[in-house]
Design a protein around this ligand. Structure first.
Ligand code: SF4
Length: 300
């Protein structure tokens, strides 16, 4: 008689980073929009509150609409996203709210982003050329730069050639998008120091981003593979993946559990210890779904 032995699938050790999921700024904006809708108000968000497809679908199902510009609002209640909006858009909203009263404005701009906007305005008023390191097309940067005066420049943390936009001048003021890695801000500040006499640096890196990165990197160093979950256009999720890959080369960035299963199912099988983390716009439920999918793939 011939015996055939088959090894039982090994259940991997899967851990989710200690502090992951929505940051409080994004959570608060979502909660404010939902709360207003639950009160029966016609709610529109100015800009997407979050990149996450599942949450966007949930908000749409609740009847919460999204507009890109203040002029597109016909009335009702508008919720300004956590990343903030450009000054002109905010001014238009406030004018309509105080003038005809046709619009109620719920400003959910995160307190950290408000501080960056304030710092940009104060630096400009004090005669500094404001230099912002971040991603030019990011909503937060679009908002902050609108307070930074005409001379300001925006440079990209990933593309040093853009740093040449910084003029050689007397007074430079530096600040960053909230989700930029701190060492990038430090490098950029050192670069600016060589171009001016008077340098002011405002540390506008969000502490929530820092604690998340610390937890994620610590976990990445302890596992065989790391899965970073979040929208492909979410800059802080992309940053997180770069950071994790530095200590865990087997790091992948996926939008959700379906992408993980479709693209990386086979790759996961020989990884006994797997870590999961997500960007500030990735809800906990998405991380749990990825964890459950990993267990399911391992058992298949
Ligand atoms: S990442 Fe930080 S600055 Fe950005 S919305 Fe969240 S808490 Fe606010």
């Amino acid at each position: 008689m011939e015996f055939v032995t088959t090894a039982a699938p090994i259940r991997p050790d899967v851990r989710i980073a200690e502090r992951a999921g929505f940051c409080y700024g994004v959570r608060l904006a979502i909660d404010k929009a939902k709360h207003a809708r639950d009160e029966g108000k016609p709610v529109t968000t100015l800009g997407q509150l979050v990149h996450n497809p599942g949450i966007k679908a949930d908000l749409a199902e609740r009847g919460i609409a999204t507009a890109d510009l203040a002029d597109q609002m016909e009335g009702g209640t508008v919720v300004v996203r956590a990343h903030g909006v450009p000054r002109t858009e905010m001014d238009k909203l406030r004018a309509r709210a105080s003038g005809t009263g046709e619009l109620e404005v719920i400003d959910a701009t995160c307190t950290w982003v408000l501080q960056s906007q304030k710092a940009a305005r104060e630096l400009d008023e004090a005669g500094y050329t404001v230099c912002i390191i971040g991603h030019e097309d990011h909503p937060e940067v679009k908002g902050v730069r609108s307070y930074a005066g005409e001379k300001h420049v925006v440079v990209d943390d990933m593309d040093r050639s853009t740093w040449e936009r910084v003029p050689r001048t007397k007074k430079l003021g530096v600040l960053s998008q909230s989700t930029i890695l701190p060492h990038k801000l430090e490098e950029f500040a050192a670069f600016c120091l060589r171009r001016c006499h008077d340098l002011r640096v405002v540390n506008t890196v969000c502490p929530v981003t820092l604690t998340r990165q610390d937890d994620s990197v610590r976990l990445a160093a302890e596992v065989d593979a790391m899965v970073v979950v979040g929208g492909k256009n979410s800059s802080n999720t992309k940053e997180l993946a770069v950071k994790c890959r530095d200590v865990c080369p087997d790091t992948v960035h996926v939008a959700d559990a379906d992408e993980l299963a479709a693209e990386w199912g086979a790759w996961l099988r020989d990884k006994p210890r797997i870590g999961i983390t997500g960007g500030t716009s990735t809800p906990e439920v998405d991380l749990e779904e990825v964890r459950d999918r990993i267990y399911a793939l391992a058992a298949a």
